[in-house]
Design a protein around this ligand. Sequence first.
Ligand code: FES
Length: 109
Amino acid sequence: MKTVRVSLLQQDGEEVVIEDAAIGESLMEVARANGVEGILGECGGGCACATCHVYIEPEWQEAVGPPDVLEEMTLDGVSHILQGNSRLGCQILLREELDGLRVSVAPPQ
Ligand code: FES
C-alpha cells in the first residue's frame, strides 16, 4: 500500500507527524487513527460537523485545492474561526501529490 507523510500541528503546539498515511484515506481518518488532538470527526466524514477543521499551510494550499460548495456551507457554521486556508480534513483524500502535507488543527468550535 502506498503511503504519504503528513503532519498536523495541534493547538497545544505539538506537531504529530504521520509517516505512513495511506493514500485514499482522508486526512481526518488518518488523524483520528493516530490520536491527533482536536480532530474529532463526529459525523464520520459526512461533511456535516466541522470537527475535522484544519488550516492548510500556505505552501500546500494550491496542491490541496479549495473546498467545494457543500464543504463551504459546513465551514460557514464555524465562521468565527474560519480562515482563507480552512478545510475540512474529511474532505481531503490523501494522494501522492500531498506527500509532506502540513496543516494546523483549528481551535475548538
Ligand atoms: S468529520 Fe464531520 S465534517 Fe469532517
